[in-house]
Design a binder for this molecule. Structure first.
Ligand code: GMT
Length: 385
């Protein structure tokens, strides 16, 4: 199948899922065309089935805001016509679903029909999407999509609750490439960070408010009083400065390291004893799954779809959002007994295996077949050569 993938190229979860899915589809023999404004960060290898089409927006003195959505729709039209795509799969509703709807209508006016699938990832529904400045467009473009997927049951339910949706939403969870995400023996790094055998806690994110990194630091502060430990914070974003200040306020600045954005996240995850994901909202929690694949138990909040990944008392523990006391207590419980820690680590890996890309890719392929089969297709000659 010839598939166009529209996504954000950045480090965010939706871009990672879209890129990894495209890579896996290409390996499985599909022709994959990425359409976005810069090279996706994880699109870092050559594969003969992968193509990249950059969307650029011309600036003009009249534009206070560059009309990216129009440029994207135009690029989609061009790529569908020239590459003869069978299907478009767009990740994150805003503005990808509405731009694709527009492209679809333009193509229809040229006698070309192409179905599109929208995958909802999280904040496009739970945060930004329901803002009145976007809601009518999000509702409309979800309802006009030929297929809709959500990354968890929780996100599916949120979508039905927050928007007037008439389409069926198919849940296809996030997935993991266990070839890449696995525990690597990096003992020398661990000794450098934890020279006295301290336990290592870790958090990765885009440092936005919704991630509640303040809670991460507060949990660490409590744990650190009972168990010699260090905290690694990976990623960067708007909350970084205030988190640095909080570390100084609590007097833990010498035990907390900020590593910034890292490409080889699996190397660092391999060092960790506990992963903290304490978000206010989290549709799935891909970061937790990546940690679990590297044999790291997860201490999490009960936000959104996290409980569909992290199993309470088995792969880690789940607490109410903001209950830092309970989170610290659970972290200490796992860390204070080495045998217990090893059991949680094994359980985390076993659970991660259920989300192996090999299990999830066929779900997308079946869904693609289903959506294209029910869509009427114009003959080949309608396409431009
Ligand atoms: O909002 C983010 O943190 C980024 C966002 C994205 O779409 O880029 O991540 C969301 O999508 C991921 C992949 O499907 C999910 O694993 C994350 O849970 C989700 N983030 C939130 O819901 C906050």
């Amino acid at each position: 199948m010839k598939i166009g993938i529209v996504c954000y190229p950045t480090y965010g979860g939706s871009g990672v899922v879209a890129t990894e899915l495209g890579k896996a589809l290409a390996k499985a023999g599909h022709e994959v065309h990425f359409i976005t404004y810069s090279q996706p960060s994880r699109l870092d290898f050559f594969n003969e089935n992968i193509y990249y089409h950059e969307v650029s927006v011309s600036s003009y003195p009249l534009f206070q805001y560059l009309p990216y959505e129009s440029a994207l729709a135009s690029k989609i039209v061009h790529v569908v016509l020239t590459e003869k795509l069978d299907l478009l799969h767009v990740h994150y509703a805003i503005p990808h679903a509405s731009a694709t709807y527009l492209a679809k209508q333009i193509l229809k006016s040229k006698g070309v029909h192409i179905p599109f699938i929208t995958t909802l990832h999280g904040t496009d529904i739970t945060l930004v999407g329901k803002d009145p400045s976007f809601e009518p467009v999000v509702t409309f473009s979800i309802n006009e999509s030929d297929g809709v997927t959500a990354v968890s049951e929780s996100l599916k339910n949120d979508t039905y609750e927050e928007f007037e949706i008439i389409s069926n939403i198919q849940v296809i969870p996030n997935f993991i490439d266990l070839e890449r995400f696995k525990k690597l023996r990096k003992d020398h790094f661990k000794i450098a960070i934890c020279p006295h055998g301290e336990k290592l806690l870790m958090h990765t994110s885009n440092f936005r408010k919704v991630k509640r990194i303040e809670d991460v630091v507060r949990v660490f502060h409590l744990v650190n009083q009972k168990i010699p430990s260090k905290l690694l914070l990976v990623g960067d974003g708007p909350e970084r400065t205030s988190i640095e200040m909080l570390c100084r306020e609590l007097g833990v600045q010498n035990d907390v390291r900020f590593l910034g954005k890292l490409d080889v996240i699996e190397e660092v995850l391999s060092l960790a004893d506990i992963f903290l994901l304490l978000s206010e909202k989290e549709s799935f929690g891909l970061a937790a799954l990546e940690a679990m694949a590297c044999e790291v138990p997860v201490i999490s909040s009960n936000a959104g779809g996290i409980p569909e990944v992290n199993v309470h008392g088995v792969t880690g523990f789940i607490s109410e959002i903001g209950d830092v006391e309970d989170m610290a207590k659970n972290t200490i419980y796992i860390l204070e007994d080495e045998e217990r820690l090893q059991t949680f680590k094994r359980n985390a890996l076993d659970r991660a295996k259920e989300f192996d890309i090999a299990n999830i890719l066929p779900l997308y392929e079946q869904y693609y077949e289903q959506i294209t089969a029910k869509s009427w297709k114009f003959p080949e000659k309608m396409f431009v050569d």
